[in-house]
Design a protein around this ligand. Structure first.
Ligand SMILES: Nc1nc2c(c(=O)[nH]1)N[C@H]1C(S)=C(S)[C@@H](COP(=O)(O)OP(=O)(O)OC[C@H]3O[C@@H](n4cnc5c(=O)[nH]c(N)nc54)[C@H](O)[C@@H]3O)O[C@H]1N2
Ligand SMILES: Nc1nc2c(c(=O)[nH]1)N[C@H]1C(S)=C(S)[C@@H](COP(=O)(O)OP(=O)(O)OC[C@H]3O[C@@H](n4cnc5c(=O)[nH]c(N)nc54)[C@H](O)[C@@H]3O)O[C@H]1N2
Ligand code: SF4
Ligand SMILES: [Mo]
Length: 718
């Protein structure tokens, strides 16, 4: 019997844990968290532990399918037919309406090489201008914040910074649920430390921390400016660092001067004394680190909020040293690969579509005519969707993302999708909310069924290896792109790309000399042997240490090498509460065992046992009493966009006037208000005005409600 052990990276969250599969005669007989891998060191969470089960689900797409528009039926078709239909659908639109009339919406979940292939095929091969990723829903804010402040989208930290820090501030992050293995590492580390959590909810993370600062939603920017002002007026600034390595200090000082702790205490709902004490502790600690995720990114002023943390880290000299940094944790397994190497919002390796020299460089490296490279940027996701209203956008291709569940203000999304001439969905499952809209469904292989790499939160490139075959006729996204390229007549353009690793080699070459230079990585075997490799890893004089952070020398990626201190006026929340809709709706992750739209975790029996089957809303105890809402009974939650009936859960995690709905149920985004950060275009999922009403005599136990909503959703399709 032939036995193999194969190490591969988990494809849920961005922590990037590795698992070792035992494969006997082509069958996976063992699956254990890898003890050696520097990220998880033998740890895992229940999602990763059950990763492969979701790939065995009965609703896997096993063959391409096409919808007959008159009957609404999906019929299995051959791959040749599928490729031809895709080519015909997109070509008709692009020929008749021009290169801006079709677009692709991709993901942070496919391996980096497949993303890179898609970016080249969609833009250079098929001639589309627009292609964005679901990282827009997630990491765009952090990416833009870093780019503006540091000159490149460069999260500076390595995971050991969690362990080396003696003062950690988590802002808008709930790692107990969302980055569980990181939280375990932090709790086990030996450095004595204080952990502060700033979150409107008393989350599991907040409770496990040393201090919880329960601020009012979307008042972070005021709080951070008040802290900055306190630091400056007390003289607690690292002047040497500021003078040598930053620009804009005087502007920052002037800007924050009017934000005293007393002035912001009412808006933020935090006593001035608490803000002063926090600031003093930041000053006194040796290594302060800031960790933020979606509580910041998904805000109407997310970029400036992230930069307010970056500013504080810079002016206190908390950067480039162990245990420091303004650190954005990413979300999806390949969120960072998608940011840097997908050819969507920027050319490969953060190069610029608008710069002729950059276009030439990519054209040369790929051996293609530079005229094939768009000289304009893609529209961001929400603008692509808006163009459907004006009839300018006619066809969309969704890959490894399920916006029929996850996009903001979904009723508008459904109306729009319905107007398109042609919709392609490339996914693992036939049952996703987005698949319902597809004219053509392409069955893809999941991680573990193909090859590639992911980049995790600490810039570590981790290997995705194949441990089993995909079911039926499902193909890796790589092979699907290869087939489409042939059918489109641009196969020649990708003649050198015969495996994911060939694409990886291209990426290493194109990255040379860039901040994300990985030209020193010789191939997948090197990544396998080293236990992942963080970028940068240049060919010349690479630093081979297992854990590396950026900016130890205080040099940033801006033209003058200095970091920018950026500020802005406070903008009002886009949908303020009022008498009619008096309650703030917060949304986010509900449990450790649920992932996003549940297409995968919803199929795993072990995980399903540990979370509520029905959608629910968490309500503060006093609010519940006042409105006559009873724990376990149905409540109607309504916004200006729609109304849903969900289970009421009375919770001591919520402050009065605020409710929380997890994103894992399709009901949630029927309510959310479509606001976007002006710099990053990231949806502000975490603030909408709603009202609630008890629904008489309905107990919330069965799956009835979720099914009803799905029916409504399905009803809009045909
Ligand atoms: N189990 C599980 N893990 C996951 C995922 C999953 O679906 N399930 N998804 C992965 C992905 S893609 C991502 S992006 C990450 C997300 O990870 P997180 O960002 O940690 O998760 P969220 O619950 O979306 O939001 C974090 C917190 O922001 C808070 N918040 C809301 N509004 C505000 C505000 O105005 N200010 C502040 N300070 N806080 C606010 C919420 O109360 C919430 O506790 O998780 C990753 N990991
Ligand atoms: N209200 C609210 N909404 C939110 C959020 C929130 O906090 N609140 N968070 C937002 C965030 S941060 C995120 S990241 C998004 C996530 O939103 P989505 O990206 O829409 O969610 P997923 O369920 O992860 O969808 C991924 C899809 O890809 C498929 N898939 C997995 N692997 C592969 C592969 O290798 N190839 C192909 N072709 N398909 C694959 C899966 O089956 C699944 O259908 O949701 C956003 N929506
Ligand atoms: S913490 Fe994240 S990467 Fe690790 S096993 Fe869990 S889901 Fe996978
Ligand atoms: Mo995300």
């Amino acid at each position: 019997m032939a036995t193999q052990t194969i190490r591969t990276t988990c494809s849920y969250c961005s922590v990037g844990c590795n698992f070792t599969a035992t494969v006997e005669d082509g069958r996976v007989t063992g699956w254990m968290p890898d003890k050696e891998y520097p990220v998880n060191q033998g740890r895992s969470c229940p999602k990763g532990f059950n990763l492969l089960e979701a790939f065995r689900a009965e609703d896997r797409l096993t063959t391409p399918m096409a919808r007959d528009r008159s009957t609404g039926e999906l019929q299995p078709i051959s791959w040749d037919e599928a490729f031809n239909r895709l080519v015909e659908g997109f070509r008709t639109v692009l020929d008749e309406h021009g290169p801006e009339a079709a677009a692709f919406i991709s993901t942070g979940q496919m391996p980096m090489e497949e993303m890179a292939f898609l970016g080249a095929l969609g833009k250079f091969g098929m001639g589309m201008i627009h292609g964005d990723g679901n990282t827009r829903q997630c990491m765009a804010t952090a990416a833009v914040a870093y780019k503006q402040s540091f000159g490149f989208d460069a999260p500076p930290f390595t995971y050991t910074d969690l362990e080396d820090s003696d003062y950690l501030i988590f802002l808008g992050a709930n790692p107990v649920i969302a980055h569980p293995v990181l939280w375990e590492r932090l709790k086990k580390s030996r450095t004595p430390k204080k952990i502060v959590v700033i979150d409107p909810r008393a989350t599991k993370t907040a409770r496990a921390a040393d201090q919880h600062i329960q601020l009012r939603p979307k008042t972070d920017l005021e709080l951070l400016y008040a802290i900055t002002n306190e630091l400056i007026t007390n003289g607690w600034v690292d002047t040497t660092f500021v003078e040598s390595h930053t620009t804009g200090f005087e502007g920052l000082r002037r800007h924050v001067a009017s934000f005293s702790p007393e002035q912001v205490e009412r808006t933020c709902g935090i006593p001035a004394g608490t803000i002063r004490a926090l600031t003093r502790e930041i000053h006194q600690a040796k290594a302060v680190s800031w960790w933020w995720t979606m509580g910041v990114n998904q805000s109407h002023q997310g970029v400036r909020t992230a930069q307010a943390m970056i500013n504080i880290a810079l002016i206190t000299g908390n950067i480039g040293r162990p245990g420091t940094g303004p650190n954005s944790l990413t979300g999806q397994a390949n969120a960072m690969g998608s940011r840097i190497f997908s050819n969507t919002t920027s050319l490969y390796a953060g190069l610029d579509f608008l710069k002729e020299a950059d276009r030439n460089r990519v054209a040369e490296e790929m051996g293609i005519d530079v005229a094939r490279i768009p000289a304009q940027n893609s529209l961001p996701y929400h603008k692509i969707l808006e163009k459907i209203d004006t009839g300018e956008m006619k066809a969309l291709w969704f890959l490894a993302t399920n916006p029929g569940h996850s996009w903001i203000d979904k009723n508008t999304f459904f109306e729009r999708i319905h107007k398109l001439d042609f919709v392609v969905v490339q996914d693992l499952y036939v049952t996703t909310e987005t698949a319902r809209f597809a004219d053509l469904l392409l069955p893809a292989a999941g991680s573990g069924e193909k090859y590639g790499t992911f980049i995790n939160s600490e810039r570590r490139i981790g290997i995705v290896d194949k441990v089993k075959d995909p079911p039926g006729e499902a193909k890796s996204d790589f092979d699907i792109f290869k087939g489409i390229a042939e059918a489109w007549g641009v196969g020649e353009m990708f003649a050198d790309w015969n495996s994911a690793e060939d694409v990886f080699h291209f990426l290493t070459r194109i990255s040379a000399g860039r901040p994300c230079d990985i030209s020193g990585i010789t191939g997948y075997d090197m990544i396998r042997e080293r236990g992942g490799i963080q970028w940068p890893y240049p060919k010349r004089n690479p630093d081979s240490r297992q854990h590396r952070r950026l900016f130890a020398d205080g040099r940033f990626f801006t033209d003058d090498g200095r970091a920018r201190l950026l500020v802005d006026e406070i903008a009002p929340v886009p949908e303020a509460t009022d008498e009619e809709y008096p309650v703030i709706l917060l949304t986010g992750r509900g449990s450790k065992v649920q992932f996003h739209t549940q297409t995968r975790t919803g199929k795993v029996a072990m995980l399903r046992k540990s979370y509520p089957a029905d959608a629910y809303v968490e309500v503060n105890q006093d609010d519940a009493r006042e409105l006559g809402l009873v724990d376990g009974e149905k409540v109607e939650v309504a916004s200006r966009r729609g109304a849903v009936k969900v289970d009421c859960r009375v919770s001591d995690e919520l402050a009065p006037g605020q409710v929380f709905m997890p994103m894992h149920y399709p009901e949630t985004n029927l309510l959310t208000f479509p606001a976007f950060d002006p710099h990053s275009s990231e949806p502000a999922y975490k603030y909408s005005a709603v009202r609630m009403r008890a629904v008489e005599h309905e107990r919330g136990t069965s799956n009835g409600n979720a099914a009803a909503v799905r029916e409504t959703v399905a009803g809009t399709v045909q």
